[in-house]
Design a binder for this molecule. Structure first.
Ligand code: ADP
Ligand code: ZN
Length: 220
């Protein structure tokens, strides 16, 4: 089972992808996390990635494609995966389709989490993320129980360096110009499942599970 989670920065796709992956027993592959891990290695490639991320632009396709496809070919991905943040443009779509076709596989569904632009800006500008387990919090709508500490693991909460007002605007622009065309592409392919992304994390999560159940992907 190969499912893509599609949505703007701040749509909640990362949170939802992680919980649906747990529920379905699939690997969760977040391109942003893979790229951040590459930065941690501290080499020249890492510096290039970091510069793109801080500007809010996409890293080079070749690189994103290589990092993600390598991960998708790992043994824990044989039953399928949930892809989060990839593909992000039509070039990446093509590379993914080709790689899956070589293994006689294909994308089954694309879960598109739709959120208004106004709400996206609000969410991103108050976002805090656990340094340890990547859980997100929002200073107004979902603050942690203890200031600066993760409710789940006690880890330290930090701002993502690309959540500054300036970079947020750029990331949204990149999303609308480069990634949003994928919505039409997957609609035409009959694969798009659109889910309203406003409401609580649990509400959105149950909408996603309902949409997937409607496609008889999950017994239930
Ligand atoms: P968000 O979608 O909330 O902005 P991500 O962690 O998915 O967060 O992505 C953060 C940054 O990582 C992007 O702004 C971009 O620079 C880079 N990135 C992530 N995925 C890709 C991709 N598939 N192709 C190119 N760049 C990517
Ligand atoms: Zn945590």
């Amino acid at each position: 089972m190969y499912i893509i989670f599609l949505g703007a920065p701040g749509s909640g796709k990362g949170t939802q992808a992680a919980s649906v992956a747990r529920e379905l027993g699939l690997a969760h592959i977040a391109s942003g996390d893979l790229l951040r891990q590459a930065i941690e290695r501290g080499n020249e490639l890492g510096l290039k990635i970091k510069a793109c991320m801080e500007k809010g632009i996409l890293v080079a396709d070749e690189l994103a494609i290589q990092v993600v496809l390598e991960r998708v070919s790992a043994p824990d991905c044989h039953n399928g995966v949930i892809l989060d943040g990839f593909p992000r443009n039509l070039n990446q779509v093509e590379a993914l389709d080709k790689a899956l076709a070589q293994q006689s596989k294909a994308i089954d569904w694309v879960v598109y989490i739709k959120v208004s632009e106004e709400e996206l800006i609000k969410r991103l500008s108050g976002r805090w993320v656990c340094r340890n387990c990547q859980t997100s919090y929002h200073s107004q709508s979902s603050p942690p129980r203890v200031q600066d500490r993760c409710d789940l693991c006690g880890g330290e909460l930090t701002r993502r360096p690309d959540d500054t007002a300036e970079t947020v605007g750029k990331r949204l622009m990149v999303y609308f110009t480069e990634t949003a065309p994928l919505i039409d592409y997957y609609t035409q392919g009959g694969k798009l499942l659109e889910v309203a992304g406003e409401g609580s994390i649990a509400e959105v999560g149950s909408r996603i599970i309902t949409a997937l159940r409607g496609r008889e992907l999950i017994a239930g």
